[in-house]
Design a binder for this molecule. Structure first.
Ligand SMILES: [Zn+2]
Length: 276
């Protein structure tokens, strides 16, 4: 599933193709969009942004398109007149004079009046977005120390979009590794300095992944940009994620893997010692 950094990269592509441009035609295949053409066609796209894994496309009609890619959804952006080769189900296509943006396979799509968007059941319960400019380490630290979060295991807490939005499975393992904290620890178990380190690394690693298109390893260890494709790339992106049984780059200990909160989690037993 795409995580916050990948969704934000998609939002950037959509901004480049659609922002400040008029939608001159559209294919609205998803049933939630039936009868909504008058709010989309003939209107300008005023912004495309995201909150966690939700993508928000705003129109000058005062409506905002909410879409969540979930597991299978995918956006494509191509010059007008070109169509992707795919057997996926088209949900939505937005055409400007120069570009076509298409959303395939996603099922969670809806159009909202801007003022009603705050009532969206998913958006309403999201925590701060880890990639939003206004989110700073003190906000993360504050949440780690709140009564509702401080007694929960980090392995579970770090997938809860109500705690922080935009973190998914690979970021969970990578953030906890770079912070040097054990996945079974709870915020309350950590020394104040470790809690702060966790808060700082939560944003640092998420932002690094966004900047590097999904590479969380520091550049001295990451594969060169020319090799960032295929299997070698997948194996070379991360410090611990998907590296079970391989040596930790920092200490040489074998990386461990377990199912935690129903998703695979990886950690280094030496760099991330269990709390005393
Ligand atoms: Zn290690």
């Amino acid at each position: 599933m795409p995580e916050g950094p990948e969704i934000r990269q998609t939002a950037d592509q959509l901004v480049a193709a659609l922002c400040d441009r008029v939608i001159d035609s559209a294919e609205l295949e998803h049933e939630a969009l039936r009868g909504q053409r008058r709010y989309i066609v003939g209107h300008r796209v005023t912004a495309v942004d995201c909150h966690g894994k939700a993508l928000l496309t705003r129109f000058s009609s005062g409506r905002t398109l909410y879409s969540h890619n979930q597991l299978y959804g995918i956006w494509t952006v191509m010059p007008r007149g070109e169509t992707p080769q795919t057997t996926r189900a088209l949900r939505l296509a937005l055409h400007t004079a120069e570009y076509s943006a298409r959303l395939y396979s996603a099922t969670d799509i809806s159009l909202w009046r801007d003022e009603a968007l705050t009532e969206h059941p998913f958006l309403r319960r999201l925590g701060p977005d880890v990639l939003a400019n206004e989110t700073v380490a003190d906000h993360v630290l504050d949440r780690l120390e709140r009564a509702e979060f401080r007694n929960r295991r980090l392995a579970t807490l770090y997938l809860d979009q109500g705690f922080l939005a935009g973190i998914g499975n690979y970021l969970r393992s990578e953030i906890l590794f770079f912070a040097g904290v054990h996945p079974q620890a709870r915020p309350i178990d950590l020394e104040p300095a470790a809690r702060r380190r966790l808060a700082v690394n939560t944003l640092r690693i998420s932002k690094r992944s966004y900047r590097t298109r999904g590479v969380t390893l520091p550049s001295r260890l990451a594969p060169p940009a020319c090799c960032r494709a295929g299997r070698a790339y997948e194996a070379g992106r991360f410090a611990v994620f998907a590296r079970a049984g391989q040596p930790c780059y920092w200490c040489g200990a074998k990386i461990r893997k377990a199912e935690m909160a129903s998703r695979r989690l990886y950690w280094c037993p030496t760099c991330q010692p269990a709390s005393p």
